[in-house]
Design a protein around this ligand. Structure first.
Ligand SMILES: C[S@@+](CC[C@H](N)C(=O)[O-])C[C@H]1O[C@@H](n2cnc3c(N)ncnc32)[C@H](O)[C@@H]1O
Length: 249
C-alpha cells in the first residue's frame, strides 16, 4: 500500500512513521509513506495556505488551490487507484470496520487540515471524510497518524502473529479478553489457573467468556452488532441484568 499525507506540518510525522512497527513495515516494503508539505503547492513569497473566511468570523480557512494542485500532482505520481480521505471532526467516525475496509485499498491520500478547517470546495476531492472522535484538535496531523497506524498494522505481514489482529478488541465485535504474563503470582494477584493449564480448548472458551464479560461491563452497546451464538447472547443478557441490579442497589 502507498499512503500519501498532505499537511503544512510534515515534520510532525517523522518518528511515528519511521519508528517501531510502521517503520519496519515500510522497510519490509509492505507500505510506502510519502509525507508532503502543502506549502510546496502554495503561491507567493510566503507560500500562504490559508485566508479569511468569507462572511466574517474568527479563524482562518485553508485555501482550495494548494490542495487541488497537490492532489492532482500526487495522484499522477502513482497509477494505483487512490482513495482520498479528508481528516475532519465532521466526518464518519473511525471504527475498526472502516479501518479494515481502508486496509484493502492499494493507495490512500490523506488531507490534513488546520485553523478553522477547509474551504468547503476541498471536500469535492475527497472520497471519504473521517473523524477520530467527537472532539476537536488543533490539526489533523494526529488524526492522520492514528488512521495510518490503525490501517498499516492490518496489512499482511506487519503483525508478528496473524491472530493478533483477528482476536483483539472490536475485530470480533467484542472487547478483547484479559492478558497476563509472567510471573504467575505477583503481590497476591494470581493468573487464572486455566491459562496455565495448557488446555487450548478450555483457554479459548475462557477467553471468549471473559471477552463477553468485559464487553458487558465496559461497552454493552457492542452487543447490538457482536456475532454471538444463542448461549452467548443469553450469558450477555444475564450479565447485563446483574450489572443493572447492582447499579440499582
Ligand atoms: C480546529 S480543527 C477545525 C474544526 C472545524 N472548525 C469544525 O468545527 O469542524 C482543524 C483541523 O483539525 C483536524 N481535526 C480536528 N479534530 C479532528 C477530529 N476529531 N478528527 C479528524 N480530524 C480532526 C481537521 O483536519 C480539521 O480541519
Amino acid at each position: 500500500m502507498r499512503i500519501d499525507i498532505i499537511s503544512i506540518f510534515p515534520e510532525l510525522f517523522g518518528p511515528t512513521l519511521s519508528g517501531s512497527m510502521l517503520g519496519i513495515a515500510e522497510r519490509k516494503g509492505i507500505v510506502e509513506f510519502h509525507v508532503h508539505d502543502l506549502r510546496d503547492w502554495a503561491e507567493g513569497k510566503h507560500r500562504t495556505t490559508d485566508d479569511y473566511s468569507f462572511g466574517g468570523g474568527p479563524g482562518m480557512v485553508m485555501k482550495p488551490e494548494p490542495f487541488f494542485r497537490a492532489h492532482a500532482e500526487i495522484l499522477a505520481q502513482d497509477l494505483r487507484p487512490a482513495t482520498t480521505i479528508l481528516m475532519c471532526p465532521q466526518g464518519e467516525l473511525l471504527k475498526q470496520p472502516l479501518v479494515e475496509e481502508l486496509a484493502t485499498c492499494s493507495r490512500l491520500v490523506i488531507f490534513v487540515g488546520r485553523y478553522e478547517g477547509y474551504d468547503d470546495r476541498i471536500r469535492t476531492l475527497a472520497d471519504r471524510e473521517v473523524s477520530i472522535g467527537d472532539y476537536v484538535l488543533t490539526g489533523g496531523e494526529l488524526p492522520a497518524m492514528v488512521l495510518t497506524d490503525a490501517v498499516t498494522r492490518l496489512l499482511p505481514g506487519v503483525l508478528g502473529h496473524d491472530a493478533s489482529a483477528t482476536e483483539e478488541s472490536f475485530s470480533w465485535g467484542l472487547l478483547e479478553y484479559p492478558h497476563f504474563t509472567r510471573p504467575a503470582s505477583f503481590e497476591g494477584l494470581d493468573v487464572p489457573d486455566v491459562l496455565l493449564s495448557g488446555d487450548h480448548a478450555r483457554i479459548a472458551a475462557w477467553r471468549r467468556t471473559e471477552a463477553i464479560r468485559r464487553t458487558a461491563m465496559r461497552r454493552p452497546d457492542l452487543f447490538e452488532t457482536a456475532d454471538l451464538n444463542d448461549e452467548e447472547r443469553e450469558f450477555a443478557r444475564s450479565l447485563l441484568e446483574d450489572l443493572k441490579r447492582s447499579d440499582d442497589r
